[in-house]
Write a protein that binds this ligand. Structure first.
Ligand SMILES: NC(=O)c1ccc[n+]([C@@H]2O[C@H](COP(=O)([O-])OP(=O)(O)OC[C@H]3O[C@@H](n4cnc5c(N)ncnc54)[C@H](OP(=O)(O)O)[C@@H]3O)[C@@H](O)[C@H]2O)c1
Length: 296
């Protein structure tokens, strides 16, 4: 049995949908079943409640599990959450953990300047020394960052991308590509002890991102290089939690230092996944960029 944690989240739910699409059985760990109705409706998906920070709740989730795709939020408790889970999984007889990690695409990006990146490195190290078989899947920024109404720099009312990025480039990757790679990885052998970096197929400035959105929705859509403090105040006023605002501020400050961004498509190639361009992503989500609220 394969277990996917973080199954109600952005990446976890995409992976679960991919399993259902492929008609493959999967167990989905959720903290609260009430938030998992969409998953429960999918064939081949077994939803089990449990909390990675409370090992005593994980018995049913880990029973007869061979492989886990380990995902949790990029919160201040990510290290504790995932390290406690690794310990419990080992005790329950899990053989192999695939960690959804992260790696910035900016050339020269210093992981010590961004909490999430060095926390992922810490967890990777802990997993490597756990005695379990391990694989790290390390995507760059998710394209879904640009999707309203999630905490986002895109303002559909103003038809603008408001973000302090100057002319720096990023290589965002579509979460649907990550889900396809994760599915293929979990259903094939020979990936133990390996790390797979993933970016999208292009290194884009924010002006280019805005232009692609403009093309997709058929009307002007601008990039505005606002000051970081202005963005912080706007996000806080919109009710986005301070921890999330701090995290985004931290990563933007570092991203702006790295003018260029690498493109790494070896992982897409290895698993036979065609890399989604930002233009395709924008077209797929054109209704959302026009202001319509709909599921990702
Ligand atoms: N965003 C990016 O651009 C990016 C890029 C590269 C890598 N990453 C990494 O990708 C990972 C996943 O990101 P995401 O955006 O998919 O996350 P997300 O949408 O915030 O989802 C996180 C999931 O983890 C679950 N979770 C959190 N704490 C838990 C616990 N104690 N026990 C059980 N489940 C728990 C949440 O459950 P609830 O629904 O109960 O809260 C939720 O289902 C993060 O580690 C992030 O650093 C993100």
């Amino acid at each position: 049995m394969i277990l996917v944690t973080g199954a109600t989240g952005l990446s976890g739910s995409a992976v679960i949908r991919e399993f259902a699409q492929q008609k493959a059985p999967v167990r989905a760990l959720v903290r609260n079943r009430a938030n998992a109705q969409a998953l429960e409706a999918l064939p081949t998906v077994e939803v089990v409640e449990g909390d990675m920070l409370r090992p005593e709740t994980l018995g049913a989730a880990l029973r007869d599990v061979d492989r886990v795709l380990m995902i949790s939020s990029a919160s201040k408790r990510m290290v504790q959450t995932q390290c406690m889970f690794i310990d419990e999984a080992r005790q329950a007889g899990v053989r192999h953990i695939v960690k959804l990690s992260g790696k910035e695409s900016g050339i020269g990006f210093n992981p010590n300047h961004f909490r999430s990146t060095w926390e992922h490195e810490h967890i990777e190290d802990y997993l490597e020394h756990s005695g379990l078989a391990w694989t790290h899947l390390r995507p760059s920024q998710f394209m879904q960052f640009y999707l309203p109404p999630a905490p986002t720099a895109v303002n559909v009312a103003k038809n603008a991308l408001l973000i302090p990025m100057e002319n720096a480039r990023l290589s965002p990757v579509d979460v649907e590509d990550i889900a396809k790679v994760a599915f293929a990885l979990l259903h094939s052998e020979g990936h133990e002890g390996k790390s797979y970096d993933m970016t999208g197929p292009e290194a884009l400035t924010m002006a280019e991102v805005a232009e692609q959105i403009s093309q997709a929705i058929g009307k002007p859509f601008r990039y505005v290089n606002i000051p970081l403090e202005e963005m912080r105040q706007a996000w806080l006023a919109a009710g986005i939690p301070a921890e999330r605002v701090d995290t985004i501020s931290e990563v933007l400050s570092e991203r702006i230092r790295c003018v260029d961004s690498r493109v790494t498509l070896d992982t897409h190639k290895m698993f036979g996944v065609s890399p989604t361009t930002f233009a395709e992503f924008a077209r797929r989500n054109a209704a959302v960029f026009r202001g319509k609220t709909m599921p990702l």
